[in-house]
Design a protein around this ligand. Structure first.
Ligand SMILES: NC(=O)c1ccc[n+]([C@@H]2O[C@H](COP(=O)([O-])OP(=O)(O)OC[C@H]3O[C@@H](n4cnc5c(N)ncnc54)[C@H](OP(=O)(O)O)[C@@H]3O)[C@@H](O)[C@H]2O)c1
Length: 240
């Protein structure tokens, strides 16, 4: 049975990714920065029939928490097949880069960018034990420089300038880690769920969390031994 860790999975898209991967036969570690929220999410999933789900407390913005989570996981399993760096915050508004408070900008990067990198680094020893390890970074259309410079750019994206810049950085992490691991058994990809109704955007998205989870689950499964250094969305690739 393949084993996967999904960070930030006590609610929203991550929760649905856990549910769908468990349905697909994975053993899923449900990452949550709050132990009680993580256990409540696992209890809810188990009550609905998902047996192979376990909570793991991990605050991706805290080096100590990430180190402790990796140690806990190493005591539970001999390998990790898939890491899904899903945890993120969108930040308060306004967030135009001409005026944003630098402390707020750093908080966004601490979770969305540095959090994904330090989680990946901590989980590498377990990922290396898998036959076809997968690192999947949950990004956003707002991180695509091609889409940001398109004539058809969505004007509503202005509300999310700082958040978008963290996802552009995350995409660079995907590309450069894929280069670093080229020729190895690792694959490293970005994926976007699309605009989904969750806490992150005040539930304004068009998709349900279950629909948003679908391209992430697909990419998690198809990345094993497959393409690397790509940016996926439902139905295909996103331009960088
Ligand atoms: N919703 C969209 O339209 C959309 C579009 C494109 C990309 N995305 C991406 O999809 C992913 C999931 O977002 P979502 O829409 O499901 O948002 P969400 O409902 O707000 O869920 C975010 C999750 O991340 C967790 N989290 C935040 N900071 C964390 C930290 N420091 N350590 C660990 N967990 C942390 C939250 O935990 P708490 O409950 O403790 O806050 C929550 O479980 C994110 O990467 C987001 O950027 C979303």
């Amino acid at each position: 049975m393949k084993k996967v860790l999904v960070t930030g999975a006590n609610k929203g898209i991550g929760y649905e990714v856990v549910r769908q991967l468990a349905e697909q036969g994975f053993f899923v570690y449900l990452g949550s920065r709050d132990q009680k929220k993580g256990q409540a999410a696992v209890d809810q999933l188990r009550a609905s029939g998902a047996a192979n789900v376990e909570a793991l407390t991990i605050d991706v913005a805290s080096a100590d928490s990430v180190t402790a989570a990796a140690a806990e996981l190493m005591a539970k399993t001999d390998r990790l097949d898939v890491l899904i760096n899903n945890a993120a915050i969108s930040g308060s508004k306004p967030q135009e880069l001409s005026a944003i408070d630098i402390t707020q900008l750093k908080e966004l990067f601490d979770t969305n960018f540095f959090g994904a990198i330090q989680t990946t680094q901590a989980m590498l020893p377990l990922l290396e034990k898998a036959d076809q390890p997968v690192i999947l970074n949950v990004s956003s259309e707002l991180g695509s420089l091609t889409m940001q410079t398109s004539e058809n750019r969505n004007p509503n994206w202005s509300n999310f300038y700082a958040y978008g810049s963290t996802k552009t950085a995350m995409n660079a992490f995907t590309i450069l880690l894929a280069h670093e691991f080229k020729g190895s058994k690792f694959t490293v990809n970005s994926v976007t769920p699309g605009f989904t109704a969750t806490d992150l955007n005040g539930f304004t998205g068009f998709k349900t969390p279950a629909q948003g989870a679908e391209p992430i689950v697909k990419a998690a499964i198809e990345s094993a031994g497959g393409p690397t250094g790509k940016f996926f969305q439902a139905g295909g690739e996103v331009p960088w």
